[in-house]
Write a protein that binds this ligand. Structure first.
Ligand code: PHE
Length: 489
């Protein structure tokens, strides 16, 4: 998963299936001006204000939100009737019913760095805070990178024992079929109050709630102990049996959600193909790390011969609940990527499709929001030809020594692949299917680094002519020189 929160963030932009914690695209987006580049960044170049949705913000030298992102904020796919992202949200929500769970859909995506990072205990040097990974409006304001940005305020509001949030989230990232700089997450949490449960016995109260949950027959691998002193510690104020009960409730609740998704996926597949034969569903729990949960786990699903990570979760850190003014409560939280789940559910092959306004895409989901039982698999329409173009260049000497692929806060002049992705995306928009590094070389004498990227120009909606692709590509080459000071080869 593109887990901004945990150590997974340290993996490169290429952890392909990370998507499913998010990804998508808009065919009709305006191609924005490239607003900010670390290579040319000066505060004075970005004075003034920017309008995002219906709000206006002061920009500063941190500003790096391209027009293509800013103008997509209004799309709100997760609440668009009959859109696959919204349909997937409804299915997940159905497994977290009222009154225990309240469902929030309309938190605005511009949040403070305090909400997105500090309130959750992200260390000051966490790579997720880097400008190469996150869209900044100004030094203390970002486009949220995950729905966890709202945990503190919802815990503070005390409106229900549990909740889900669905929302658009934003991350600078690679360009490929499963990554898109805007995607959608769902967050969920469930708390129990020591002062409200009988005799203050949280473990007993949670176990009673576990007993009320349905059982399922899915195969679940869960080889790890409920807590582990080094890898997945019990929190200081929690009894082992409390953490174990909360973990059981968390895991069963999320397994039931997965069973629901896949039963619907199977029914949809059988509606299209009565001879459809599927493998028994298999999932596994893997120990994880998030700054605001402990112990923590990720859930992976075995799908088409590989393990796909679909969500992160854990027992909420008591410190966060103390900050929220509810120190007597304990519980769990999870976050999942709706695009990944929707891609599995509907068999949607390319994340850009979610942003398409093409009736050949959208019409396939008509009526499903009102009657989830009419859900069908997506039938792809014809694929248009790809047009590959390569660009090779020398990095400027100052950048050659450092490649920080999300592995740490890069020094100001360091090269970061996400900066290339952003240039390509701002020029080619959704006409770019993917961008791959195909060659890398360091000159033995000068020490300079040369890179070669292959850009695959392909529209989802029509055939791009070679001339059009050339025009995009020429602009990309020009911008690479202008913004990143590379020397083309
Ligand atoms: N916000 C985390 C992510 O984006 C997922 C998560 C949510 C993990 C809640 C734990 C609890 O990767």
């Amino acid at each position: 998963m593109r887990s901004i929160a945990g150590r997974q963030r340290l993996s490169t932009a290429r952890d392909v299936l990370a998507v499913f914690t998010g990804l998508a695209t808009a065919s009709s987006r305006r191609i924005g001006v490239f607003c900010e580049c670390r290579y040319k960044s000066t505060g004075s170049a970005f004075p003034g204000k920017v309008k995002l949705g219906d709000k206006t913000y002061q920009k500063d030298s941190w500003f790096n939100v391209p027009d293509s992102i800013a103008t997509s904020i209004d799309r709100q796919l997760h609440t668009t009737n009959d859109h696959p992202i919204s349909i997937t949200r409804s299915i997940v929500e159905s497994k977290f019913p009222a009154p225990a769970f309240k469902h929030y859909h309309d938190f605005f995506p511009v949040v403070s760095t305090h909400e997105n990072f500090d309130s959750l205990g992200f260390p000051a040097d966490h790579p997720g805070r880097s400008k190469t990974d996150t869209y900044y409006v100004n030094e203390t304001t970002v486009l949220r990178t995950h729905t966890s940005a709202h945990e503190l305020e919802i815990f503070q509001a005390k409106e229900s024992d549990g909740y889900t949030i669905s929302a658009d989230v934003y991350r600078r990232d690679a360009i490929d079929k499963t990554h898109y700089p805007i995607f959608h997450q769902m967050e969920g949490a469930r708390l129990w109050d020591r002062e409200k449960v009988a005799h203050g016995d949280i473990a007993k109260a949670v176990w009673e709630d576990v007993e009320r949950l349905p059982k399922h027959h899915m195969i679940v691998e869960d080889p790890n102990p409920p807590t582990h002193p080094e890898r997945n510690p019990l929190q200081a104020g929690h009894a082992p049996e409390e953490a174990a009960a909360i973990a059981t409730h968390l895991k069963r609740s999320l397994e039931l959600m997965v069973v629901e998704i896949f039963s619907r996926a199977k029914a949809a597949a059988m509606a299209t193909n009565p001879n459809y034969h599927d493998e028994p569903l298999k999932v596994r729990w893997v120990e994880a790390y998030f700054p605001w949960t402990s112990p923590s786990w990720e859930l992976e699903i075995y799908w088409q011969d590989q393990w796909l990570e679909v969500l992160g979760s854990g027992v909420v850190q008591q410190e966060l609940l103390q900050k929220a003014g509810v120190p007597s409560k304990l519980g769990w939280a999870f976050g999942l990527g709706l695009e990944r789940i929707a891609m599995l559910l509907f068999e949607i092959p390319d994340i850009r499709l979610f942003w398409s306004q093409d009736p050949r895409f959208l019409s396939q989901f008509t009526g499903v929001s009102d009657d989830l039982d009419t859900l069908k698999r997506f039938i792809p329409f014809s694929k248009y030809p790809a047009c590959y173009k390569d660009v090779a260049f020398w990095l400027p000497p100052a950048s050659s020594s450092t490649t920080s692929a999300a592995g740490g806060l890069a020094p100001p002049q360091a090269f970061h692949e996400n900066d290339i992705m952003e240039i390509v995306r701002n020029i080619g928009g959704d006409n770019v299917e993917d961008v791959q590094l195909t060659d890398e070389f360091t000159h033995p004498v000068s020490g300079r680094r040369s890179l070669c990227y292959r850009i695959n120009y392909r529209s989802l909606e029509r055939t791009l002519t070679n001339e059009e692709a050339n025009r995009f590509h020429e602009r990309v080459r020009g911008e690479l020189v202008k913004k990143m000071a590379v020397e083309l080869r």
